[in-house]
Every structure is written in C-alpha cells, then in structure tokens.
Design a protein around this ligand. Structure first.
Ligand SMILES: NC(=O)C1=CN([C@@H]2O[C@H](COP(=O)(O)OP(=O)(O)OC[C@H]3O[C@@H](n4cnc5c(N)ncnc54)[C@H](OP(=O)(O)O)[C@@H]3O)[C@@H](O)[C@H]2O)[C@@H](O)CC1
Ligand SMILES: [K+]
Length: 512
C-alpha cells in the first residue's frame, strides 16, 4: 500500500489535475469509484439480503448511486436513499438519472442485521457536524446491526483530522480512492473505518508531485536509507556513544531500560550517567552498559568530550526541577558546541512547565554551526504542559499540533499515543500506525527514548531517527503481543532489525 496521505483539499486537487489530464472526466472517476465500492460489497457481503445505499447531496452520494446501480446489475436487492435534490447538471444528477429505480427519501431507511449498508452520505466535503436526519441515520444504522461499508470515509469523520463532527458512522470496511487521508489513520476516525481499502480510480501517480505531498504513514521507506549500518573497519566508539541520565536511587529503572534500548539500536557504547547516590543500585544491574557518576554538569560536559559522547537523553525517571533544567541546559550547550544529538522526555519536558520559552531559547540559541538534532517525546499530557494552546482540544489535527510544536521548539516532536505523530521543524510529518495496544505499559516510553538516542548517537538525523525508532518500537510490540513488559522490548530489537528488509518490501510503490 502507498504511504502518501492526502488531506481532503489535496485530494480535491488530485481529482482536478486528473480530470484536466484525462483520460477520465469527473463522471468517469465517479463511475470507477462507485464500481470499486460495489466490488467490495460483493466480495465481502455476498450473502446480504438487501443493500441499503445512503446517499448524501454531494459527490460522495454520487459514488453511492453508481455503486447502487452496479450492485443491482450484479443481482443484489438494492434500495437507494437520497438527500434532497442534487445540483442540476452535476455528476450526482447524472448518477441519479442513470439509476434505473426510484430513490427514496433518507427518512425511509430501515435495515436489519442480515442486510448491508453503504454509507455514501459525506466524504471529503464534510463541512459541519452531522445533525437532523443525518445524525438519526447514524443511530439507525448502528441499531440495525447491519455491516456498514463507508464510501471514502465513515460519514461524520473528518478526513483532515479523524475527528468526529457531531456523530459518525461506524464502518466494518471503508473504501477510499487513490490515497488514504489523515482521518483514516488518526483516532477516533481510525477506529470507525474498519478495514481500509484503497481503490485505484484512474488518478495517475504523477499528480502527487504537483500536489507536494508532505504527510506520510510511518513506513521504512521514509527512513530506511538513513538507518545506520556498521562500518567493517569501525570500533565501538565510531558506532556512536550514547549517554542516558539516571534518576536517584529509587528511580533508576527507566534510564536502564532506555540505555539497553540504545545499545540494541546499534550504538557501539552506552553510558548511564548516574547521581552518586544511585551508583550502587545501577552498578548492581548493569553489564554491557557503562556507568559514570554525574552530579555536576561541568564534569559531565568534560566526560562527554573525553569519551566522545554523540547523543544524550534526559528525562526518564530523572525527577522534575531545577537540577533537571540545569542538565538540560548543559546538554543543549554540548549539542550546539559539539553536535551531540539530544532527546528530551518525561521529566525533562515537565521541568519546563510554565516556562517553555526558556527551553526553546536554550535549544535555539544562535551561532549554531554543527548543532546536533533534538527530539522531544511528549505524550499528550506533557505536550499540553510544554505547548499551551496546542493541546488536544484546540480543534487542530494531531498532525497540525505536532507540526506547530516542532516549529515552535526548533526540534523534532514525537507526539506519542496510539496514533503517534512525528513532525520535524521544517514541516515533514508521519503518522505511525505500526504498533500494538500492548505497548501502553510502564517503561515502554523509556525504551522508545533509548532507541531514538541510540540512533542519534550513530549519526541518524533527528526526524528519521525518531520515525525509525517509533516504527521499530511498534514492530517489537506487534511481535511480542499480549503479556509484553517493557523489559522485553530491547531484547526483541535484533529480530525487528532482521525483519526490516521484508517489511520494507511490503511498502514498495504500487503500479500507478
Ligand atoms: N471530485 C471528484 O472528481 C471525485 C470525488 N469523489 C467522491 O466525492 C466525494 C467528495 O465530494 P464533495 O466534494 O461533493 O463532498 P461530499 O462529501 O459529497 O459532501 C459535500 C456535500 O455535503 C454537504 N454537507 C457537508 N457537510 C454536511 C453536513 N454536516 N450536513 C449536511 N450537509 C453537509 C455540502 O453542503 P454545503 O456545505 O455545500 O452546504 C455538500 O452538498 C469524495 O469523498 C468521494 O467520495 C469520487 O467520486 C472520485 C471523484
Ligand atoms: K461516506
């Protein structure tokens, strides 16, 4: 499956460019779309007693009318229901004229669990919350128990953000056209789409270049070429040296999880930077990971120079407060002066609650010549603390929120969740769906931080390192499944890396 994602506006442009360049006109595309929907219904619900096609006033409804005609021709019992009067002379009017039966008003819809419902009320043109008869149809469809096949998007789901506007259909399958939209990958939309199929309706791939696609599913294709490979003549320090800050004696586990993940990602050396008070606790649990006392920022800076540290992570289990801010400032300095990669997570983010500008200022200080990449890895709670005004309820898509945050911070932002978004300050963004709900477990985020740090330490750029780490972490979660605990994740990384070539193949470009 292709990994480009188009917003509804970009999709409208794709339609327009395709029509201009031919060979299909608007009605030709609609015929192809309706045929594809009918094919999915016939393939997956051949035993349905009756097909009910709910058609809205726009082109989504037109696709529905075409599908109704093909289903009828295939021998299915069909009822089509249409919103009041489509625009005269338009493609929907043409689809209506070509439908040989009388269509019924939407209010007449009534289905049973043995039937199938085709939801063609609204797609890309959804402009406001569903209410009135449309909201009633959502309830009626749900209560009928009939499977729903959505045309383009479940009606009520925003293609742009995945948000539900008012109410939304819950589909078992969704047939979209040409490329998926962000709303198919972002929750809650993703949870309402069922299985998403992408139909080729004759829009040529060349239109993508003109649209300037800037959002993708997070697949290996996006970062595979930047993934570090060991130099046969290299040594452990030339493979990158990652430093992970540990918390105090009762909060050391998070940093050790991150350290082991950094090592598993391929970094040649990993050092745990521990307060003196936690040295013994950490020493009792470490083997391949090195240990260094770290109570004074100047000493750590000197150590980083002597031992050629190439990336640092601070935050997991570290503790919120002044000490954390001081070490972040020191790390930001090393990043500016020596090009170290830097990952800030958890307590390092929360430590700047109420004064995020202080963090962004120290990350963005001028005179940067060989500054390394910075990656911030907030979950929604930490994100809202660090980026007031960009929290989940501001009416922007998760992609837009992450993009604005990345631009504000001058850093790659991983906005974590079941639909993690990774955004770079230059606007590049990917949405990750390659993950498992079993990853929502204590310590899992610490492992992700370690993977990013390990990849940065090996010289991978920030955006690619973050996207790769999120995918590798997700793949480990999918492999382990039920019963996984965070300790299992680093150990699963060798198999994940070994399987990467095969995964890569499955994301190769399609024929168009
Ligand atoms: N373009 C092409 O060539 C191709 C497009 N294709 C198909 O077209 C679909 C996009 O079509 P579209 O742009 O006509 O939008 P669509 O989703 O049908 O809705 C717009 C209509 O709904 C109305 N409306 C909106 N929200 C509402 C609400 N809450 N409650 C009530 N009304 C509401 C809105 O009214 P208005 O806002 O103008 O008042 C307008 O009348 C796309 O998803 C795909 O299926 C394929 O055939 C391939 C070729
Ligand atoms: K729909």
């Amino acid at each position: 499956m292709s990994d480009e994602l188009l917003t509804p506006d970009q999709m409208a442009k794709a339609d327009r460019l395709a029509i201009e360049g031919g060979p299909f006109d608007g009605y030709g595309l609609m015929l192809n779309a309706g045929r594809a929907v009918a094919a999915v219904v016939l393939a997956h619900f051949p035993q349905a007693r009756h097909a009910h096609i709910l058609c809205g006033p726009g082109n989504n409804g037109g696709d529905g009318l075409v599908a109704a005609r093909f289903l009828r021709e295939a021998g299915m019992a069909v009822s089509a229901y249409l919103a009041p009067a489509p625009r005269e002379g338009g493609e929907v009017a043409r689809a209506l004229a070509d439908f040989p039966e009388t269509v019924r008003p939407l209010e007449a819809f009534c289905a049973t669990a043995e039937d199938v419902v085709v939801d063609a009320l609204f797609g890309a043109g959804l402009a406001r919350p569903l209410d009135g008869v449309f909201a009633t149809l959502v309830d009626k469809a749900r209560l009928s128990g009939a499977p729903v096949v959505a045309v383009d998007l479940p009606s009520g789901v925003s293609g742009q953000s995945g948000a539900v506007l008012g109410a939304a259909m819950a589909a078992l399958r969704t047939v979209t056209f040409f490329r998926r939209k962000p709303g198919h990958l972002l929750f809650p939309g993703r949870g309402l789409c069922g299985t998403v199929e992408v139909a080729d309706i004759g829009i040529p791939r060349r239109v993508l270049a003109e649209i300037g696609v800037d959002l993708f599913e997070n697949t290996p294709r996006r970062w595979r070429a930047a993934l570090p490979a060991p130099d046969p003549l290299g040594h452990k320090y030339s493979r990158g040296h990652a430093g992970i800050f540990s918390g105090g004696p009762s909060a050391t586990g998070a940093a050790r999880l991150a350290a082991m993940a950094a090592a598993r990602s391929g970094a040649g050396a990993v050092t745990l930077l521990s307060p003196a008070s936690a040295l013994l606790v950490n020493a009792a649990h470490l083997t391949a990971i090195m240990l260094q006392r770290a109570d004074d920022p100047d000493h750590v800076a000197a150590f980083a120079g002597e031992r050629k540290l190439s990336a640092l992570a601070i935050g997991p289990g570290y503790g919120v407060g002044e000490k954390c801010r001081a070490f972040v400032a020191m790390a930001a300095g090393l990043r500016r002066e020596r090009g170290l990669g830097l990952v800030l997570d958890a307590d390092a983010l929360t430590s700047f609650e109420g004064e995020p500008e202080a963090l962004f200022a120290c990350l963005n200080l001028g005179g940067v010549e060989e500054a390394g990449s910075v990656v911030l890895t907030p979950h929604e709670g930490e994100f809202a603390r660090l980026f007031p005004g960009l929290g989940a309820h501001v009416g922007l898509s998760k992609v837009e929120r992450a993009r604005r945050a990345a631009a504000r911070a001058g850093a790659t932002v991983v906005l974590k969740g079941s639909d993690s978004v990774i955004a770079a300050p230059d606007g590049r963004a990917v949405i990750n769906i390659h993950a498992s709900p079993y990853l929502a477990t204590a310590g899992s985020g610490d492992v992700l931080t370690g993977l990013i740090t390990g990849l940065l330490a090996q010289g991978m750029p920030g955006f690619e390192a973050a996207a790769a780490a999120v995918w590798l972490h997700g793949d480990a979660g999918l492999r382990l499944g039920a019963g996984l605990v965070a300790e299992d994740l680093p150990a699963a990384i060798p198999a994940v890396l070994a399987g990467l070539s095969a995964a890569d193949e499955s994301f190769r470009e399609g024929p168009r």
